[in-house]
Every structure is written in C-alpha cells, then in structure tokens.
Design a protein around this ligand. Sequence first.
Ligand SMILES: Nc1ncnc2c1ncn2[C@@H]1O[C@H](COP(=O)(O)OP(=O)(O)O)[C@@H](O)[C@H]1O
Ligand SMILES: [Mg+2]
Length: 230
Amino acid sequence: MTVSPLIEARAVLRRAARTAATLLGPLDFSLGAGERVAVIGRSGSGKSVFMRVLAMLDPSDGGELLWHGRRVERHAITRYRRSVAYVQQRPALIDGTVEDNLRYPYSLRAYRDARFDREHAARLVAAAGKDADFLSKRASDLSGGEGQVAALIRVLQLAPEVLLLDEPTASLDPQSARAIESLVQAWFDADRAARASIWVSHDPAQAERVGERRLTMHAGTLTDHRETRT
Ligand SMILES: Nc1ncnc2c1ncn2[C@@H]1O[C@H](COP(=O)(O)OP(=O)(O)O)[C@@H](O)[C@H]1O
Ligand SMILES: [Mg+2]
C-alpha cells in the first residue's frame, strides 16, 4: 500500500483578483508525514500566498489540492483547517486575556467536541519560557513577540496534523525564538509519524534548524534545494 502525502498540490495557481497577475505557480508540491520543510525567499516572493493557499484560506485559481490523496470537498474544509493549522505572520488576537484567546477556538462549531485544558495550556506556556501569569495578561498589552507566542499556543493546544508557520519568530528576540522552535519541535516529536510542518523563515540559520528539506520561493515558484545540488 502506498501512503499518500498529507498534502499534495498539483499545478496550483493563484492570481491577483483585480489584475489577474500570477502570484503563485503553477506549482507542484507535496508534504509527507514526518517531513519538516523550511521555506525561504525574499519579501514579496509569494511565501504567504503559498501558505494561505495550502491552508485553504485563499482559493486557488487552478490545479488541485489533495489531502491524504483526496480532494477536499466544500463540506470538509472546516475539518481540513482543523488539521492543517496556519499561524499567520501578524496574528489576530481577540480582546481579553491570553487565556480568553486560548479558550476562544473551543467556542467555535469546529471544536465543539473538544474542551479547553488549562493545565495543558499552562504547560505550553511554561515550555515557551513564559511565566504562569502570562495566561492572565491582556492581549492588548502583549508585545508583538508575545502575541506570536499566544497565537502559537492557541494552535498547538489543538494538536494539528500539519503546522504552517509564517515567520512565527519574526518579531521575537533570539531567546524567545528558540523557545518557539522547541515548542514546535515538541509538538512534532509527540507524533512524528503523522505530523509535518512548513516553516517560512527569513533567517537561513533558523531554516537549517527547522527543516530537513529546504525550499526557496522566487516570484511564486518553489525550488527544492535537493534538486539543485550538483
Ligand atoms: N490578495 C492579493 N491580491 C493581490 N496581490 C497580492 C495578494 N496577496 C499578496 N499579493 C502580492 O503577492 C506578492 C507575494 O506576497 P506574499 O506572499 O505576501 O509575499 P511574502 O513572500 O513576503 O510572504 C506580493 O507582491 C503581494 O503584494
Ligand atoms: Mg509573508
């Protein structure tokens, strides 16, 4: 039996709505279980567009996206997004405390079968190198970096199968960035056979740490470093 990749993009294309300029692709890409991919590339090269298309937050204008070898039907998009979690570059937090933010997903239909686990959340907070009072901080008082930490914990507590991380440490000091890296590593190690991640980074040293497979985005096209090595 062949095992399907977790996610497979076939000739996926994304155009700008207004100008119809090509933003992404057509590109082929596949992400297998156990893979950690790092994506680097200049600002404006299409890294975030790529992540948003994979997360099914933006529609593709051509090609197809397969999940475990199957097309994702409209009714399955909610389940897909629950499994394939996108951590955006500038996370949106709701008013209230960090804990309110961590509780928020459980108020959504998609998570009605799950329950907020405060102890689990507290463990993630500690693993991120934050004090226990982090949970009671007001979201509006957080620094950009702390907001990233809160947004990442909000996603990790839901144990996704795929993590799409869009420059999650861009506004963090090196020490906090390392804490985020180990938090993601712990999530991956908890079920390596079933999980995979794509990490967009502008830091080549970080890309080395967070991905065995490294890709470069250039003008909406991905180059696999393995294929270009001679
Ligand atoms: N919804 C959109 N409509 C039109 N242009 C877009 C849209 N989203 C992104 N772009 C453009 O696509 C290019 C790639 O953007 P992006 O993926 O955000 O780059 P980055 O690699 O820095 O993440 C940029 O030129 C950006 O202006
Ligand atoms: Mg970006």
